[in-house]
Design a protein around this ligand. Structure first.
Ligand code: BTN
Length: 254
């Protein structure tokens, strides 16, 4: 069995993902997943789209996502699920990423609003969730993780890190992708059965903002001490509640 065949078989055995599409290069795995939809025939299966390199990897807010060929992870999970609380998916996603990669990083990872995963002051992973306008229960969940690369171009050299840089090790990307799929599957199952308390606990802990003075941008800008936060809303010390769905920025005040 090739490593890809083995991974696909483990995905089938341990997760909802019935199919693996692994390509050496594409523009973006988000677009690869869309193209697979329009190819017809198998548009409803939950599938994993993985590229060794993206030529136009998409970040949030029109940014570019950079990778190094064959060294990092760029993957899109296409999922069709009836989520009564869809906002829990982007909020919970960094928790799934953190759970999947923390054993490899061998140190605590943290979540930076809205859903980046950091090692100390440097970004390890970013995620992107697209909802299909024609099929509202279909999500394309994109995850980029810096795994085995040792250098970054331009300003990323000051802001990004990889598992290899943090540990001095090299990592089996097939094994990491399987673990990520398992954690994502568990998150989706938790949302489906309305049992996200454990994920929300990790989210709170690793955001590390409870009890701190924060600035919240949600249309208007507010400042206050963060009293509570879950996947639905945050509460400030003046009692004001803000739905997470409308929060565009959240960070500590000095
Ligand atoms: C961000 O931090 O701005 C989000 C980055 C998301 C990158 C991943 S890599 C796999 C998938 N395909 C893309 O083009 N983007 C996402």
């Amino acid at each position: 069995m090739t490593p890809d065949e083995n991974l696909e078989s483990e995905l089938k055995r341990r997760t909802r993902f019935a199919r693996l599409v692994h390509t050496p290069s594409c523009d973006s795995t988000q677009e690869l997943a869309i193209a697979a939809d329009t190819d017809g025939g198998r548009e409803s299966d939950d599938a994993v789209f993985w590229a060794d390199h993206q030529t136009r990897g998409r970040g949030r807010q029109q940014r570019v996502w950079d990778d190094e060929h064959g060294l990092d992870l760029a993957v899109t999970f296409r999922v069709t699920a009836e989520l009564s609380r869809p906002v829990a998916l982007p909020a919970g996603l960094p928790v799934a990423v953190l759970r999947a990669f923390e054993p490899a990083a061998a140190r605590p990872l943290r979540i930076k609003w809205p859903n980046d995963v950091y090692v100390g002051a440097r970004k390890l992973s970013g995620v992107l969730v697209d909802r299909d306008s024609r099929h509202p229960h279909t999500y394309r969940i994109g995850v980029g993780v810096n795994v085995n690369r040792l250098t970054f171009p331009g300003e990323l050299a000051e802001t990004a890190t990889s598992l290899a840089l943090e540990t001095g090790g090299t990592f089996d990307r097939h094994a990491l992708l399987l673990e990520l799929a398992v954690q994502l599957d568990e998150l989706l199952a938790a949302i489906e059965r309305s049992d996200t308390a454990a994920h929300e606990q990790v989210f709170r802990e690793r955001l590390s903002l409870l009890g701190r003075r924060v600035r919240v941008t949600a249309g208007a800008v507010r400042e206050g001490t963060l009293r509570a936060i879950d996947f639905d809303r945050l509460t400030l010390d003046d009692g004001s509640e803000v739905p997470l769905a409308i929060v565009t920025a959240l960070g500590p005040l000095p």
